[in-house]
Design a protein around this ligand. Structure first.
Ligand code: 5RP
Length: 236
């Protein structure tokens, strides 16, 4: 691939290209969502086309499914694959324990299901995604549309009770309408600033009626491939 890339795209691209080295012939691979994951799908498409790589890809969103098919990747559903060898996906934040915030692109539910069904999860990210404490990036929470205002109020009350720093939340919009996920749900973004106990928060959120899933990925990621705009790549 020889195209002129912006510094941020170069960082995402080199991370994706390095992560593609982990993909072996015959693997069932979970394909993440977002701009970094899109580079991965393009790299894998090139390997399929030019080097005869045979993989089955399980996309984590309709967007990724479309791109993967366009790139000539054999796309199957998670139900067909059942279990995966590897998932490669982007992230909005990662910390030094490789815990993540995901869902900036709205695909957290399928992403978490697919990553959890995989023997290994590799995150690809530009260096700006590394944080000391998770939470500066708003934490996405996928909620059922029915009674979403009540669910949002319940989440905010719980955040107060848990003494979490930020308690504000907002419904994610797409123009003047609520953003709708691939599963037909809404997303409430939690503006927390800093998450003290991510493990506890993830469990508490998922116990609330109306909450389908939250964007905290705890103990799911095995490796982070960090791309830099000067072309360097680091593995954590
Ligand atoms: C989508 C995600 C993405 O992986 C995350 O938002 C990172 O996106 P990008 O690679 O575009 O920065 O979780 O739901």
């Amino acid at each position: 691939m020889t195209i002129e890339l912006s510094p941020i795209d170069r960082a995402k691209f080199v991370a994706a290209r390095r992560a593609a080295d982990f993909v072996e012939d015959g693997m069932r691979v979970g394909l993440g969502t977002g701009s970094t994951a899109a580079w991965l799908v393009r790299c894998l498409g090139e390997m399929v086309r030019d080097h005869g790589l045979r993989i089955k890809g399980v996309p984590t969103s309709a967007r990724t499914a479309e791109l993967a098919r366009d790139m000539g990747i054999n796309v199957i559903s998670l139900d067909e694959a059942r279990w995966l060898d590897l998932t490669i996906d982007g992230a909005d934040e990662f910390d030094d324990e490789l815990n993540l915030i995901k869902g900036g692109g709205g695909a957290l539910l399928q992403e978490k299901i697919v990553a959890t069904a995989s023997d290994q999860m590799i995150v690809i990210a530009d260096a700006a995604k590394e944080v000391e404490h998770l939470g500066a990036f708003p934490l996405p929470c996928e909620v059922i549309p029915f009674g979403w205002r009540t669910t949002q109020a319940l989440i905010e009350e719980t955040l107060v009770a848990m003494d979490v720093m930020g308690r504000a939340s907002s419904l994610r919009m797409n123009g003047d309408k609520p953003y709708i996920t691939d599963e037909g749900n809404y997303i409430v973004d939690l503006h927390l600033n800093r998450i003290g106990n991510a493990r506890q928060l993830a469990m508490v959120l998922n116990q609330m009626p109306g909450v389908v899933e939250n964007g905290l990925f705890i103990d799911i990621c095995d490796v982070v491939v960090i791309g830099h705009s000067d072309g360097r790549v680091e593995l954590r």
